[in-house]
Design a protein around this ligand. Structure first.
Ligand code: PLP
Length: 392
């Protein structure tokens, strides 16, 4: 028999998975051209040419021992390349020793949580959130504590954070640009959160780690820059990946970077390296690390994502939906007109697949993932208008 907790999770199922299965059925019935699947967040943009060229060079002139084990923290040359990008971003020298290469952000989050959590420790997450956080926290026997953001702009609320803190709080996860809202958390708001945490840390006498999950950091529009978390929160760990920024989601490559200002940061780094090994990852994939070494500062072209965002944002708001305009990532998170489950079902009748907001801890909304073919969006526009006409 499988574990009870896993069994319960399987029974509940994932909303994204459920919608995917619905989509398969609809495609069989109506054909792919007539089904509009906005449920999956699979990065669409191809990696920049430099990634493909580096891959070709590695194949034709492989460095000696390219496929062997390495240090659990990853290749020093790759950690140096990552640290150099971070140094530019935070405008101060960042040491390569403080970077641990991981298997994507998902691997990095699990390694970070395993390194800091004792059973029963609480981790605050801001709703709406990436649903996997719940599982990652529980993987390390932690307890997720959900803190709502402002319903009008999805910015975190320092007062609500203060209320959510307890003597058991060990960490806070921040995700900006955010999945599912696309919102970039404002610097002013983040500074207020830092003040709240400092007060609590002082009384508690122990750090609260801010784990900043940043896989969408480079997917931003209109020259918006996501604030530098390490310059705002002393006790911060950055978790990032190249899944979206380089379009390498399948290659499972990312990192955890530990703020130099953390007391005993060396101990924390040793813990991360230990957990990278003992969670069974051993080390981040060798080939992908070589790619990152050559391309860490590069990014996919976000023009296609922006075109998609604008097409969908305009049709939604013009036809009556209420929606915060995303500044980054590739999702929209409008309010559902009427009851959420009923709306998702009505959308399905139009062959439109959205994920309900309750899947992100925020009912009364639906997520549209726009990392899809632009032509599909264009075909969906009259259908979205028809759906809207049922409500507005
Ligand atoms: N965090 C967020 C907010 C995500 O949306 C995702 C993937 O969609 C991840 C982490 C995991 O990304 P990775 O492919 O880097 O593991």
């Amino acid at each position: 028999m499988i574990a009870k907790e896993i069994n319960e999770n399987l029974q509940n199922g994932s909303w994204i998975r459920k919608m995917f299965e619905e989509g398969e059925k609809l495609i069989e019935k109506f054909g792919a051209e007539s089904v509009f699947d906005f449920s999956l967040g699979n990065p669409r943009e191809e990696p920049p040419c430099i990634v493909t060229n580096t891959l070709k060079n590695l194949a034709t002139e492989p460095p000696q021992g390219m496929h062997r084990y390495m240090s659990n923290a990853g290749y020093m040359e790759t950690r140096k390349a990552v640290a150099s990008v971070i140094s530019d971003e935070i405008s101060r020298d960042f040491p390569s020793e403080n970077v641990v290469m991981t298997n994507g952000a998902a691997g990095g989050l699990n390694v970070a949580l395993k390194s800091i959590l004792d059973p029963g420790d609480e981790v605050i997450i801001f709703a709406p959130f990436f649903v996997e956080y719940m599982f990652y926290i529980r993987n390390s026997q932690g307890i997720p504590v959900v803190c709502k953001t402002d319903p009008e702009d999805f910015q975190p609320d320092p007062g609500k954070l203060a209320d959510a803190l307890s003597e058991k709080t060990k960490a806070v996860i921040i995700n900006s640009p955010n999945n599912p809202t696309g919102v970039v958390y404002a610097e002013k708001t983040l500074k207020s959160l830092a003040d709240v945490l400092s007060v609590h840390e002082e009384t508690a006498g122990s750090p609260i780690y801010v784990i900043s999950d940043e896989p969408y950091k480079k997917i931003v529009y209109e020259n918006i820059l996501a604030p530098e978390i390490m310059n705002i929160f002393k006790n911060s760990l950055i978790v990032n990946s190249y899944s979206k920024s380089l379009g390498l989601a399948g290659e499972r490559i990312g990192y955890v970077a530990v703020n130099t200002e953390i007391n005993e940061s060396e101990k924390l780094l040793n813990a991360l390296i230990f957990c990278q090994r003992t969670l069974g990852f051993v080390n981040a994939p060798a080939l992908a690390q070589r790619l990152v070494q050559a391309t860490a500062g590069e990014s996919v072209n976000v023009t296609g994502y922006k075109i998609n965002r604008d097409l969908l944002y305009n049709v939604l708001t013009d036809s009556g939906f209420s929606c915060v305009k995303p500044q980054g990532a590739f999702y929209l998170f409008p309010k559902t007109p009427g009851e959420e489950a009923e709306f998702i079902q009505t959308a399905l009748k139009h062959n439109l697949l959205f994920v309900p907001g309750r899947g992100f801890g925020c009912p009364g909304h639906f997520r549209i993932s726009y990392c899809v073919d632009e032509q599909m969006i264009k075909r969906s526009i009259p259908v979205i208008k028809k759906l809207a006409a049922e409500y507005f």
